[in-house]
Write a protein that binds this ligand. Structure first.
Ligand SMILES: CC(C)(COP(=O)(O)OP(=O)(O)OC[C@H]1O[C@@H](n2cnc3c(N)ncnc32)[C@H](O)[C@@H]1OP(=O)(O)O)[C@@H](O)C(=O)NCCC(=O)NCCS
Length: 214
């Protein structure tokens, strides 16, 4: 048990993680799920139960991976901090098929999925998720707990704050700055800076909502 990895959560993101970990040579038997049934629909109280289960687990110090994402990245952050406070090591991974420039700076807690590219001088903060086939070009910064979804392209010099959700297939043009906790809708082309805690989408991306995010 001591050498196994526990995945917190279930569903599509967990299955994708299993696939990446198997590509890295982990045997299926070395991966365990804290949720009782990873194929169940994700429900808030089930995730809540998962978190409450932390204190009941043996082997403090063991490795866990948070296998859930969503537009509420504050939720994921809170859970990661809960696990760390409880003595577990929340780890990340880099897919064997990702291409990472040698002078980039990637926190070991990052989740880097299959087919991603991280260019030179780019920095990825703690617990960032870079999902399948995303491209982070040179000189970019992505803040802690942000999620770069499937197929996103960050062109050179883009700066993304903390807990930012970038929807699938979005392109962010060179040098654009995205503030903390912003949400960018799938398929957007972001041409201008995005203020903190705002939700934008479209091409060019704009805010379509009257109030700021909480
Ligand atoms: C932008 C987003 C966060 C908005 O979510 P929401 O606040 O729940 O918005 P709604 O679904 O109520 O949509 C509101 C309106 O915006 C439109 N809309 C929503 N997202 C859009 C998008 N990405 N591009 C264009 N239009 C969009 C909807 O069609 C709807 O239009 P209508 O009022 O004319 O019917 C969400 O749609 C999104 O794109 N999330 C990203 C999902 C994703 O990529 N996940 C990552 C998987 S790896």
């Amino acid at each position: 048990m001591q050498n196994s990895i526990w995945l917190i959560g279930h569903g599509g993101h967990a299955n994708s993680i299993v696939s990446v970990l198997q590509g890295l040579g982990h045997e299926p038997g070395s991966l365990s799920f804290i949720s009782p049934n990873r194929h169940e629909a994700v429900q808030g109280d089930l995730l809540e139960e998962t978190v409450l289960g932390v204190s009941a687990l043996a082997n403090v110090g063991m490795h866990v991976i948070c296998a859930f994402v969503g537009s509420d990245l504050g939720f994921r952050k809170q859970r990661v901090l809960d696990y760390e406070r409880s003595g577990y090591k929340v780890i990340g991974f880099v897919s064997r098929t990702a291409r990472i420039a040698s002078n980039s700076n990637i926190d070991p807690s990052c989740q880097i999925f299959d087919g991603c590219h991280v260019g030179p001088n780019s920095i990825l903060g703690m617990h960032t998720v870079v999902n399948t086939s995303a491209v982070i070009e040179h000189d970019c910064i992505v803040g802690d707990f942000s999620h770069v979804s499937v197929g996103v392209i960050l062109l050179g010099g883009v700066s993304v704050g903390r807990e930012v959700m970038i929807g699938a297939g979005t392109t962010i043009l060179p040098g654009v700055k995205v503030g903390d906790r912003a949400v960018i809708g799938a398929g957007s082309v972001v041409t201008k800076d995005v203020a903190a805690a705002t939700k934008v989408f479209g091409s060019p991306a704009k805010s379509h909502f009257s109030s700021e995010l909480p």
